[in-house]
Design a protein around this ligand. Structure first.
Ligand SMILES: [Mg+2]
Length: 332
């Protein structure tokens, strides 16, 4: 059942959102009309967030509005693309003005920041779920892929790992945190920062890239599978926040950092020959990329090292999967 989607979308989402020159026709017709710059390709990504699967009822509407755009921009970043347009499909159990205002606020803030225009939308009634499709540009042939890693390439990550997973565990009373850390980590869970600038700066430098949505090791395996290579990772090099290391034992901290999801950092590989250029380009990057290991020729084998010794991840029944999709399909 439709709510009269134009009224709803126009009432809550079209005011004060960025208007771009490359959009000839935005919301209001059967489709949008927009132009891709010359010598560029279009990168298209999409992500759905369903209540009870990807977020819980307590998630603030503003956080959800931010996050559903952020996770899509994170996928664009992993492709090296510059964000341009989004469309929004939203299913609501009822029309709740306060919720819609909060959701639209979160969505508008991140769209403003990245100059992303909302060019289409649809609303229906049903269990709460939001889907965003984002479109971005890359110079022709320059998109980053998962499939280009070669033995000897260096493995890098941006940001810190495990923070969102620990915030979720604390919210679900599986971990205790002091209030200050709980606030900081919840910010990371609710308001992830897609590494948009870093992704674009890696064009022509990184041999492969992915964004970490499902956990560092799980997403590393996606690169290894697509590139038919293996990896040696020094777990001591994985960047951890103070909140994580001060709240957990070393083993727990590593387990969260390596396996919990929702970090939305980038994981990528850099050939030895590009390393100097990479260091120059990222010298002042706020996401501080760190080298955590190297690609090997053993297809899909991950060797973990801790204090230079072979190391295995402990069996950790922390239940990280609570808000992950039941079955992930191709691109995530
Ligand atoms: Mg992804």
């Amino acid at each position: 059942m439709a709510f009269g989607e134009f009224d709803l979308i126009e009432t809550y989402f079209t005011h004060r959102l960025p208007q771009r020159d490359d959009v000839d026709l935005g919301i209001g017709d059967d489709g949008a009309i927009a132009r891709v710059p010359e010598n560029s390709e279009l990168v298209i990504v999409t992500d759905t967030m369903v209540e009870g699967v990807h977020f819980d009822r307590e998630t603030p509407a503003r956080a959800l509005g931010h996050k559903v755009v952020a996770v899509n921009l994170s996928d664009l970043a992993a492709m090296g693309a510059e964000p341009a347009w989004i469309s929004l499909a939203i299913t609501l159990p009822e029309i709740n003005e306060e919720w819609l205002t909060g959701f639209a606020h979160g969505l508008r803030e991140i769209c403003d920041y990245y100059n992303c225009q909302l060019i289409g939308g649809d609303t229906t009634q049903g269990p709460l779920s939001v889907t965003v499709t984002a479109h971005g540009f890359v110079p022709t042939g320059k998109a980053l892929r998962r499939s280009g890693a070669k033995p000897g390439d260096w493995i890098y990550v941006s940001g810190t790992f495990g923070d969102a997973g620990l915030a979720l565990a604390a919210r679900q009373h599986r971990q205790q945190l002091n209030p200050d850390y709980q606030r900081k980590l919840t910010e990371r869970l609710y308001f992830p920062s897609p590494r948009v600038a870093l992704g674009q700066s890696l064009r022509g430098i990184a041999s492969s890239a992915i964004d970490v949505s499902d956990g560092l090791l799980a997403d590393l395996r996606h690169i290894l599978k697509a590139s038919h290579v293996g990896a040696r990772v020094s777990v001591d090099e994985v960047p951890l926040s103070l909140a994580l290391t001060e709240s957990l034992s070393e083993e727990q901290a590593l387990a969260y950092a390596l396996t919990s999801g929702d970090d939305y950092e980038l994981l990528f590989t850099v050939p030895e020959a590009q390393r100097g250029l990479f260091d120059t380009v990222t010298a002042h990057s706020p996401s501080k990329p760190v080298c955590i290991g190297r690609i090997t020729n053993e297809a899909e084998v991950v060797q973990l090292l801790h204090n230079d010794e072979p190391w295995q991840l402990p069996d950790t029944p922390y239940g990280f999967e609570h808000f992950r999709p039941l079955a992930d399909t191709s691109a995530e």
